[in-house]
Design a protein around this ligand. Structure first.
Ligand code: ZN
Ligand code: ZN
Length: 147
């Protein structure tokens, strides 16, 4: 029984922690922070690098130079914000490939994000993908101007 639970937990955490094929660094970290929160380290950025781009040894330095020197959530406080055209969908497939948002009231996806879908309470941010080995963000993200 106990080892069965262990196996299930291990399977769940490896599913969650593994970057999806083509998923970019920033979407990956965003998704993990939504799931687990920040623990004051770069654990998700480091996991992404180790799993997909082990030769990107300058990544932490680069994040640091963008104001995200100490932990993953700083990436979203100091370095990257949503671009003007993030890939948002209210369609169910987003659950498998995106990061979910739950709103209290239906959000008008047309006026908010310029997409041709009916208003939805649940919608998803889906990665627009990068080539394997890249640590660049996909088109969902734009650099914040330096403070
Ligand atoms: Zn943090
Ligand atoms: Zn992305």
């Amino acid at each position: 029984m106990e080892s069965e639970v262990r196996t299930i937990v291990d399977a769940a955490s490896s599913r969650i922690l593994t970057p999806r094929a083509g998923e970019c660094l920033v979407c990956y970290v965003f998704r993990q922070l939504g799931e687990f929160g920040c623990d004051g380290t770069h654990r998700f950025a480091l996991t992404f690098r180790d799993r997909t781009a082990p030769r990107a040894t300058a990544l932490m330095e680069r994040l640091g130079s963008m104001g995200a020197c100490c932990c993953d959530c700083e990436i979203f406080n100091n370095a990257y914000a949503f671009s003007s055209r993030p890939w948002i969908t209210g369609a169910a497939f987003g659950e498998a490939i995106g990061t979910g948002f739950e709103a209290q009231e239906p959000v008008d996806l047309r006026t908010e994000f310029g997409i041709n879908e009916p208003p939805a309470k649940t919608f998803y941010l889906c990665c627009q993908f990068v080539r394997r080995g890249s640590t660049q963000p996909c088109a969902n993200w734009t650099r914040m101007s330096r403070w």
